[in-house]
Ligand binder design. Sequence first.
Ligand code: SF4
Length: 61
Amino acid sequence: MKAKVDQEMCIGCGLCTGTAPEVFRMNEDDKAEAYAEFGEDGEEAVKEAIDGCPVSAISRD
Ligand code: SF4
């Protein structure tokens, strides 16, 4: 499965990269990006990242 970060919405708080570092990382624009797909074992962390994002910038398939 894939997650996606809306680059216009992301404020670069870094929360998602701490919650699910295997899926999200900060890019050179200081925004988060989803750099890897995730499996069932990553679902909970991604859900937590989506719920925790203060500007609701994360979506997923
Ligand atoms: S939690 Fe949301 S605002 Fe913060 S870095 Fe991740 S996508 Fe950006």
